[in-house]
Design a protein around this ligand. Structure first.
Ligand code: 6PG
Length: 248
């Protein structure tokens, strides 16, 4: 696990853009394309805007990038809460990415379980499996909730215990329906980058990195299974409890 602490969220976004671009470029050089799973929420917005603008935009071959999502809310693509909509506005439209390479989760589906099954099929057709039988992304972007969730893998939900499927629907108490990649799929990725900003995430970040292993309470702890393939990019506010915890 690699942890990098930045003075500000802007510095974090700049470093994240450079890391995403270099990781994607290496994937395309090695395998002629990059399979990228985007995170939702608000933290990645500044990252996506940087990726879609010079100079970073011109540092990789975007027509060799296939875009997926790590999770989606149970809303349509034009809803203000849609992770797809945020990425469309900040990244996909500015880059003019062809829809054939944009794999949207259908959060608007009447039956979320069906949307999850459909996405799993689409994903497995587009992304080769690992020996563990899971699709292997070149790069997965993630965030961290103040409750310790990542993607839409929330504390105490049955999605945390999924072992066979790469995508599931999850009814999250007090939040609503979600579609999410599962941990078996996330931890197979060749690279994972977790963006964490703001003091509200300090407790969850300390738990995720250092806390006693209790993934039902702190789901993001399961990212430890990906070892040194995970890079945590955090700002100083989110990291404020780490220094108290001593050296990393
Ligand atoms: C989502 C995200 C979720 C997010 C965290 C952090 O759909 O909301 O996928 O996992 O990354 O909740 O969200 P913020 O970046 O808004 O703090």
């Amino acid at each position: 696990m690699d942890l990098r602490i930045f003075d500000s969220e802007a510095d974090l976004a700049a470093a994240a853009a450079d890391l995403v671009a270099s990781t994607a470029r290496r994937a395309v050089e090695a395998r002629t394309r990059c399979t990228l799973a985007l995170s939702g929420g608000s933290t990645p917005r500044a990252l996506y805007e940087r990726l879609a603008a010079p100079p970073v935009r011109d540092e990789l071959w975007w027509d060799s990038v296939e875009v997926f999502w790590g999770d989606e809310r149970a809303v349509g693509p034009d809803h203000p809460d849609s992770n797809y909509r945020m990425a469309r506005e900040t990244l996909l439209e500015p880059l003019g990415l062809e829809s054939a390479r944009v794999h949207r989760m259908r959060g608007e589906a009447e039956e979320l379980w069906q949307a999850a099954a459909d996405y799993e099929r689409e994903l497995r057709e587009a992304v080769a499996d690992s020996a563990a039988g899971m699709p292997v992304f070149d790069l997965v972007l993630l965030g961290l909730g103040s409750d310790g969730h990542t993607a839409s893998l929330f504390p105490g939900t049955t999605a945390l215990r999924e072992t066979d499927r790469a995508v599931v629907a999850s009814e999250v108490p007090g939040i609503g329906g979600r579609l999410t990649l599962t941990f078996p799929a996330l931890v197979e990725a060749r690279a994972l980058v977790v963006l964490v900003a703001g003091g509200s995430k300090a407790e969850a970040l300390e738990a995720a990195l250092h806390g006693p292993f209790d993934p039902e309470r702190w789901p993001a702890q399961r990212l430890r299974e990906a070892g040194d393939r995970v890079t945590w990019l955090v700002d100083r506010a989110a990291a404020r409890r780490l220094s108290e915890a001593g050296p990393l």
